[in-house]
Write a protein that binds this ligand. Sequence first.
Ligand SMILES: [Zn+2]
Length: 543
Amino acid sequence: MSHQSNGILFTNGRFFNGSTSVAELDTSMVVKNGKIAYIGLASSLEAKIYEDSGIQKQDLDGHHILPGFIDGHMHFLMLGQSLSKVDLDGCANINEIRKRIKKYAEENPSKERILCMGWMHSMTEGEAKASMLDDLGDRPIYIDSKDLHSVWCNTPALQEMSVQEMPDPAGGTISRDSSGRAEGLLSEACVLLIVWPYLAKVLPMEEKVAALRAAIKAYHAVGCTGFIDMAMDENAWEAVLAFRKAEGGTLPMRIAAHWCILPGSGEADRLAQVERSIELQKQFNEKMSPDLRILGIKIICDGVIDACTAALAQPYTSHPSASLDPIWTSDMLGPVVKKACEAGLQCALHAIGDAAVHNAINVLEKYGEANQRHRVEHLELTAPEDAKRLGELGITASIQPVHSDPAILRAWPKLLGPERVKRAFAYKEFADHGAVLAIGSDSPTAPHAPLQNLYVGSTRKSARQTGAGDTPVNEHFKLGVAQAVSAATRGAAYSCFAEKRVGSLEVGMEADFCVVEWSGEATGLLEAKVRETWFAGKQVFQV
Ligand SMILES: [Zn+2]
């Protein structure tokens, strides 16, 4: 139905124009050959000509029409795989965690291993030992922390990965007991270097392809037509290519990716990884592969605040002896960023703590050009001076409002102290000083649905636990609702050099959009519902 060559005339919708949240109702849009052929007054001569041409019509019932959302920061294969993991989100303690795992194990007797997600250190008071899981059965159990910066394993999982025989990898910690034996928790680089490669090796390709297919379906159902994978590696890339092949060479999603550079064994190793991303970018760029692109590199400069692994300028208030060092020192960052910039690649630097943000901006200032659209990911704690520099240097602020949900930040006032916590998630300040905002979800570390994400971004209230009565997190940093929608569409498109094709509803743009039942206000975003999603003029989701 949706591929009529005459096109389709959409009437009676509220088309988002970038600045108002409730655009006028007397607007029509014509979609033809996968692109927007007309958008403007329903009463114009041009609209009348379309109407009289016998074109197919769709009445939009007064719903909002937003550009297809582009998730500015996500993890494609992991999201797909997480869709079949045991979700521990919302567990209050170890007993609830064990109960959920036990139930899943009983219901899935043929699964070779039990993969879980959504655990937070605070649920188990910071403890994560194999012995807390070992009586649940003989199968390996892997529990991803919500932030994906650590994995808690039972003894069979430690055994199958041969962790006991391993030294700590660079940038990673294997938690050990007093006799040096691995206890179950693997943190930071261990996740990237030990767990993911192992699971990538043992999971069959058809399972990975099925996971990618499930991820795209889940994205269509929430109004997304594009995303940026923020830690692409050989394993995921191989699966994405196999998936594209299985789909007949085209994808129903506009995908761009940053290649993840690991600390590795030294500078030569790191530069070789950059070399690999340069090579891939030559094949998968705007000209040769517009909907599956490698944009540049990703570097995970520090950890996360909850695990006290984010690099801060001043000690953690609750853990004054925790190390403040970043995973990537300035000395490590310099040569890698320099090489990427010289090759014209985009750099995306994960920086959560204020010290990591400061280092990241410094290195981009030193080697990058504003027109290369470099970006800093997360920006959870920033000094006022650094919040200002983003815009001045043309650095995109890649933000994930879902991470600022008050329900998951209850430990922060203790971790950071009551004064410093006032600097958390200074989104509005980034924008006020001229930075382009690109909103993402960082799924599967957080839910991928954009409307809920935008709710948190524009109210700073909880989308997870709406009735819990948490105070909004630094409410003065909230975004305007139209500003938030723009950051999740046009801003995210800009961040990956795609704003001329997608991200706004204008003539000549790809017809990627979603139909949303919504009041048009920030407070209404939680109840808002995506009714339809269209990709390149074709309906890919309907309620
Ligand atoms: Zn991420």
